[in-house]
Design a protein around this ligand. Structure first.
Ligand code: NA7
Length: 853
């Protein structure tokens, strides 16, 4: 007789539930595993439609926890078909005696957390109530078919099939008139098979999808060889990869090659017949619309090359969403099917379904009769199964109501208000954007280790903190924001289910980075969790990821290069190094015109670069001062940023090459800044600018020069300034602000590099001069309107913040942006770090605003 009180209740006996059961036994927890179906396999138990196949190769889509399986089970194909995957699940279940631990045909009707007993009460369809300490939802991401949202579905008297609930005995469509609604993966895989039997097949398509041929055959030999040679390394690489399949990340931008070259590269990936190879061809197809268009056009070209009727080919070609932003499909003869005379494609955008009728479908101006309708209309993905399990947490709050505006989880594993509730591959984890097997194993391992840790340390409950959960939500959003995924009406975004909140459900930051976050949480004493036992409590509250995800990737990449610290170089070496790094970056947007010239500085001529907008002039002017710690950089060194500012603000940017230290120490840069401003003012008309619409701008040490120039202009009779735009400016030579210490390492501009800059530029005594440290000016009153941007992980953050505050206190109109998750350099990295783009837009808007009367 099964116990009615156990340590752990697990819902679901797919690959997640099966592995968890194995681990619970191994670690000695009592358990109940409940499964609605009458066999193991989960997704692969339910999805038996013809042609159902996994789109991840069998070398990767399998368990790794039992090494014997690699010898005992041989896959027959590259992409396994559903019956073979189900047999694999059954094989594992038999081998490990898992069947004896699973209660089949048992649904969970509801679960409530009991705060007094610190246990869950679980109600099952068999009428039983089970109590447990830990409750695990291993319910799968694509397990609840979407409710039909088509008029009249209940009227049809013919045969109705749903791909996700296919009859176990199969269906014979021979001689039948069949309608298939839906062209996602399930439709695309089943349509060729249905077409082989049916007398007449009509496919109702709302959105065409990207699909590539699976080129099925034996498992990919290169991967088989790699596994044979060194399985451990292969599996390690998979676990720390972007998608759970080891792939070499591309370093090529789709925009850096010709279309011919791009298509040649894509053709190579295409021939591999692996789902992830195409999306991995270019580094930027997921984050840049234009780069994505290159891949999308390649795919459309492929459709045109197969489908004979050009109109049908056009209808089957996706234009409205980017490649990969909806799950791309792998097919076997899908597009070829539309060349068959008995197969017809109906575009629901021009001929919408008016109603399903008793005998068929009324659509557009037509009515057709069918013997069978197949709904391949998808799932209430990611949250459907969890939410429909009626989970009530603390204070009677249901998960359904908590998630009304989008799922809130910490690490996709847990949720505030629901102690000891765990989700395997839940929303906020990589789940459907990964090789599910890798993600499942990682979650099960994490849950097992957490349960063991709690048992060994006398903790009864674990629950994330509101701070950690909100931080994770923000991080997930940051990750999604830098991609183009949100443009698509995909089930990733909840857009396929009417009324579902539109947010990115899976975590798009990558399997490896996600795993590292989970590991970091544990290593930092369960950061962001409260653990409690009868006699003790532990809460190390905090956030696991705060740096913007693209910035983090750059930092990680730089750390792998083992570059020498700049402060160990001579100024000449540092200048050469800085120039070499600049040469590798993207150039930034086009502007109307770029010209170089010389202007009169405080002690001789200075070079400048002028960026003219493409619109007719004259234009307002920003005199721009580059970064580089007063030691390196030039009038061209901030080229991408200057182009971006010029293009976005419609302002003439004049970037000035002021003199550098140590050859020309303080106050040379400041004096050159002021002299350059005066020269530009005097020559504004010839430059194509407007003399009484001048602002100063600068980044870092250039921000210092700009701020000092504005003060000098106010104090010693310079031109009237319309504004000052200061990005991460140096304002105080004392370097005593807390951020110097907090952000002193790892974030490119380090504390010691900043000291090196100051040591070259100004003596400790000189640093007290407001022309070196503008924050120390006796008064800041009368300075022009200011846009000041500081970055969270910049050593200079606090002195920038202090300057913004002091300006405000002095009555200056200030707009202060604190760029969350950014570092000193990241906002200048145009076309490299998408997360900086919104801030640059703000800067450009503010710059433009200076000149509006
Ligand atoms: P998907 O990918 O959600 O596809 C469902 C398809 O059904 C898709 O083409 C939908 O069009 C279409 N659909 C949904 N509702 C309607 C209505 N009301 N009218 C017409 N067409 C409709 O589900 P799948 O089962 O194919 O695949 C799910 C995942 O399983 C897949 O991504 C792989 O990971 C494996 P839409 O695109 O919403 O316009």
């Amino acid at each position: 007789m099964a116990q009615s009180d156990v340590d752990v209740v697990v819902v679901g006996a797919g690959f997640a539930g099966m592995y968890l059961l194995h681990e619970l036994r191994k670690t000695g927890f009592s358990y109940r595993v409940l499964e609605a179906g009458d066999d193991v396999g989960g997704t692969w138990y339910w999805n038996r439609y013809p042609g159902a196949r996994c789109d991840i190769a069998t070398t990767d889509y399998k368990y790794t926890w039992d090494p014997e399986l690699h010898e005992q089970w041989q896959w027959s194909e590259k992409h396994a078909a559903q019956p073979e995957i189900l047999r694999y699940a059954q094989f594992v279940a038999k081998k490990h005696d898992l069947y004896s631990g699973i209660e089949f045909k048992t649904r969970v009707d509801g679960a409530q957390w009991n705060e007094a007993t610190k246990r869950w009460n679980i109600h099952t369809s068999t009428g039983e109530t089970i109590t447990c300490q830990h409750y695990v939802m291993a319910t799968g991401c694509l397990s609840v078919p979407k409710e039909p949202d088509i008029n009249g579905t209940e009227k049809f008297t013919g045969n109705v099939y749903v791909t996700g609930r296919w009859p176990h005995e199969g269906v014979d469509f021979t001689g039948k008139r069949v309608a298939v609604i839906g062209t996602g993966s399930s439709g695309i895989q089943s349509i060729p098979h249905i077409a082989e039997q049916a007398k007449e097949l009509v496919v109702f398509q709302r959105t065409p999808n990207f699909s590539m041929p699976a080129f099925n055959g034996p498992p990919p030999q290169d991967r088989v060889e790699r596994l044979k040679a060194d399985r451990a390394t292969y599996e390690h690489e998979a676990r720390y990869s972007g998608t759970g399949v080891p792939l070499e990340d591309s370093t090529v931008s789709a925009l850096s090659v010709t279309q011919e070259e791009a298509f040649a590269m894509l053709e190579k990936a295409w021939q591999k017949g692996e789902l992830l190879s195409l999306g991995n061809t270019f580094m930027d197809s997921a984050i840049n619309r234009k780069a994505n268009d290159v891949v999308a056009e390649f795919m459309r070209m492929k459709v045109r090359s197969v489908v004979k009727d050009p109109e049908v080919a056009e209808l089957l070609s996706p234009y409205k969403h980017g490649y990969g932003t909806k799950r791309p499909c792998m097919d076997t003869g899908y597009f070829e099917t539309f060349n068959k005379p008995h197969v017809r494609l109906v575009d629901l955008n021009t001929s919408p379904i008016r109603s399903i009728t008793e005998t068929g479908i009324d659509f557009g101006k037509e009515s057709m009769e069918f013997d069978a309708i197949v709904y391949a209309t998808g799932f209430d993905a990611m949250t459907g199964a969890i939410v429909s399990a009626n989970i009530t947490g603390k204070n009677g709050v249901t998960l359904k109501s908590k998630w009304e505006h989008g799922p809130l989880t910490y690490l996709g594993l847990t949720s505030v208000g629901f102690p000891n509730l765990y989700m395997i591959t839940g929303p906020g984890s990589p789940s459907v954007l990964s090789n599910m097997m890798v993600s499942i194993e990682q979650h099960v391992d994490w849950i097992r280790d957490t349960l063991v840790h709690m048992r060994e340390n006398g903790f009864d409950t674990i629950e994330p903190t509101p701070l950690a959960e909100e931080g994770w939500r923000v991080h997930c959003t940051d990750c999604a924001d830098i991609t183009i995924f949100q443009e698509a009406n995909s089930w990733y975004m909840g857009a396929n289910v009417p009324g579902k909140p539109r947010v990115m459900f899976p975590y798009i930051g990558g399997v490896g980075r996600y795993r590292m976050a989970c590991e970091e949480v544990v290593n930092k004493g369960f950061l962001g969790f409260e653990l409690a036992g009868s006699t003790k409590k532990q809460c190390n509250d905090g956030l696991v990821r705060q740096v913007q995800p693209d910035v983090d990737m750059v930092l990680d990449f730089i750390s792998t290069l083992n570059l020498p610290a700049m402060e160990t170089m001579s100024p000449t070496e540092a200048r050469a190094f800085s120039e070499a790094s600049s040469a590798m970056r993207p150039s930034g947007p086009e502007v109307g015109e770029i010209t170089d010239g010389v202007l009169q500085g405080a002690d001789g001529e200075l070079q400048y670069r002028l960026y003219r907008p493409a619109t007719p002039g004259p234009h307002p002017i920003a005199v721009y001062f580059h970064g580089g710690g007063w030691v390196f950089g030039s009038h061209t060194s901030d080229d991408p940023l200057c182009r971006d500012l010029c293009a976005q603000s419609n302002t003439l940017i004049i970037s000035v090459n002021y003199r550098h230290a140590p050859e020309a120490p303080f106050p040379a840069a400041a004096e050159d800044g002021f002299a350059a401003l005066k020269w530009v003012h005097a020559n504004a008309a010839e430059l194509g600018g407007i003399a009484d619409q001048i602002a100063v701008a600068g980044w870092s040490a250039g921000g210092n020069v700009a701020a000092v120039t504005a003060q000098m202009s106010r104090d010693i009779g310079g031109p009237h300034l319309s504004g000052q735009l200061l990005l991460c400016p140096v304002t105080d030579g004392s370097q005593q602000h807390a951020s110097h210490k907090e952000n002193g390492e790892r974030f490119i501009l380090t504390k010691s590099l900043m000291e090196w800059f100051w040591n070259h530029y100004a003596t400790p005594e000189q640093r007290k001069n407001p022309q070196a440290s503008p924050l120390l000016a006796a008064s800041l009153a009368g300075l022009p309107p200011t846009m000041l941007v500081t970055c969270q992980f910049d050593p200079l953050r606090d002195e920038g913040n202090a300057y913004a505050r002091a300006l405000m206190q002095a009555g200056v109109k200030v707009e202060h942006v604190e760029a969350r998750g950014h570092i000193h350099t990241s906002i200048t990295m145009v076309d490299m770090l998408p997360s900086g783009a919104p801030h640059r837009r703000e800067m450009a808007r503010a710059l433009r605003g200076f000149f509006l009367k």
